[in-house]
Design a binder for this molecule. Structure first.
Ligand code: XMP
Length: 510
């Protein structure tokens, strides 16, 4: 199978590069630069991409690689730091000058006769983020792109199939980034582009069948898209050695628990244990109003429940989780700063009674997880369900969580979802829900003063949940939802609509 190696030097876009390659139906694998020796590369890969990184090549702490890689005869594309590293390894010079920094959208002029830029106009916009630049080209290289400030925005030694770009072709702001990557894969590496999600499923099934043979495996099923896909994938690999545990923490949406049970037990014929743990979760959650503490408590309590179930079942060796790539970065990958501890990553307690945690979707983006679900034959209704976070309603109830508040929010949320469905708008936002704020406000009903809670409705459009925009829901739909909520749900005196994008906000409120 043709594969591209994404050699990671600590850049923030490593998985995004891999995903952009997969979009062209070529399999890409990300490996940290210190996890693969140069002699192992040529036999496995048809091309290599060096990622960006935060360092400067002359910094003693900066990541370097064996320059022998440039002599393997394999096509290489260096991006940003990867470009500078390639130039440095080949004997060029890198310089840092304050007035040569470029950040954001910059106009680039390319030499369209280079195979990397075939089919591109001479001028277009690219995304830059650098202080250092290639000041002296290595022997055999020539400049193939420039910007106003950067004398070498891209370089190549075409004979040796070595290419470097100072900008980021993987980012959508680079107008022709997709075409550049296609040129690298098909014109330069000679890939065929016949990989697809069915292959990913087949490889994963084969891998887990081998790795988990004879193991007793527990899967944490939330009923959401990610854990459902992870469960069905593992079920296909190891059948009845997989037991799914569905924890009803009392923070699910209206009627959700019963629906999940119906789908997995009856439709997929899986071994499923439903644990009703509402009291256990709520009694701990009622102690704190800090969002991070709430997430940690939920993560920890989940694992404790699994351990208890494991004890009843006898020793379970492996825990499967539906973690996906955006969860990993948002929980702080490497030096990236922590935005939120997603309960299935950062919230894990130190001591876990399992040999190992398996996360089969850890490298995939949401839309790739959906494609995997379809390739596994999971019904569309489930695959395209809007995501529901592991901590459930707890991160949509601001402040302390109580059963009363969870029941209230369940009703409000169900009305909002019903009204979107009635208007045929279920597919417009990627995610939509209600939030119960901790703020009460004065209202009037009949002739009496009321003092109920304020709820916020939230609906967002997004492709990958890394960034999101608020959805333009038609006013009449919002109006109907608002009327019904204040009329049908006790103790709500005000309904607001959240019009913040991500960033600066996040999708969930906590
Ligand atoms: P944020 O709030 O981080 O949400 O912008 C992005 C996406 O991630 C979901 N989300 C979570 N999913 N565990 C999960 O399984 C979590 O702790 C968690 N926090 C947020 C959120 O619903 C949205 O789809």
């Amino acid at each position: 199978m043709e594969k591209i190696l994404v050699l990671d030097f600590g850049g923030q876009y490593d998985q995004l590069i891999a995903r952009r390659v997969r979009e062209h139906h070529v399999f890409a694998e990300v490996l940290p630069y210190d996890k693969i020796a140069v002699d192992e590369i040529a036999s496995q890969y048809c091309g290599v991409i060096f990622t960006g990184g935060p360092n400067s090549v002359y910094d003693p702490a900066s990541p370097h690689y064996d320059p022998k890689i440039l002599t393997l005869g394999l096509p290489i594309l260096g991006i940003c730091y990867g470009d500078q590293l390639m130039a440095y390894m080949a004997g060029g010079e890198i310089r840092s000058a304050e007035n040569s920094s470029e950040f954001g959208k910059i106009e680039v002029t390319v030499n369209a006769s280079s195979p990397l830029f075939a089919g591109l106009p001479e001028k277009s916009v690219c995304w830059m983020s650098h202080n250092d630049f290639v000041a002296e080209l290595p022997k055999g290289f020539s400049t193939i792109a420039t910007t106003e400030k950067c004398p070498c925005a891209a370089m190549s030694d075409e004979g040796r199939r070595l290419f470097g770009v100072q900008f980021h072709p993987e980012v959508t702001h680079t107008e022709y980034g997709k075409q550049m990557l296609a040129n690298f894969l098909f014109r330069i590496c000679g890939c065929k582009g016949d990989w697809n999600m069915e292959d990913f499923v087949a490889q994963s099934v084969e891998k887990y069948r081998r790795e988990l043979a004879g193991k007793r495996v527990l899967c944490a099923l939330s009923g959401g898209v990610d854990s459902s896909v992870a469960a069905v994938l593992l079920h296909r690999a190891i059948g009845d050695n997989l037991t799914c545990v569905f924890v009803d923490h009392g923070l699910l949406r209206k009627n959700e628990g019963d629906m999940v049970e119906e789908i997995f037990r009856r439709q997929f014929n899986m071994k499923l244990i439903r644990v009703n743990a509402e009291e256990r979760f709520l009694s701990r959650l009622s102690q704190t109003s800090d969002p991070e503490t709430k997430r940690k408590i939920i993560g920890e309590e989940f694992i404790r429940v699994f351990e208890d179930v494991g004890k009843e079942l006898g020793k379970m060796d492996i825990l499967v989780q539906g973690t996906i790539y955006p969860d990993v970065i948002e929980s702080g990958k490497g030096d990236a700063s922590t935005i939120k501890s997603h309960h299935n990553v950062g919230g894990l307690p130190d001591v876990i009674d399992f040999e190992r945690i398996v996360e089969p979707l850890r490298d995939l983006f949401k839309d790739e997880v959906r494609a995997t679900g379809l390739a596994l034959g999971i019904p569309k209704e489930l695959v395209f369900r809007q995501p529901f976070p592991g901590p459930g309603l707890a991160i949509r109830i601001i402040g302390k969580v109580t059963k009363d508040k969870a029941d209230t929010l369940r009703e409000v949320d169900a009305i909002f979802r019903e009204e979107l469905a009635n208007a045929g708008l279920e597919q417009l936002p990627a995610q939509y829900f209600a939030v119960l704020t901790d703020t009460r406000s004065v209202g009037v009903m009949g002739d009496a003063r009321t003092y109920g809670y304020t709820v916020a409705l939230r609906a967002v459009t997004t492709d990958d949940f890394m960034t999101a925009d608020w959805a333009r829901i038609p006013y009449p739909v919002l109006e109907r939802a608002s009327n019904r909520i204040t009329n049908e749900v006790r103790n709500i005196s005000r309904v607001t609509y959240d019009i913040t994008s991500k960033p600066p906000a996040t999708v969930e409120w906590e």
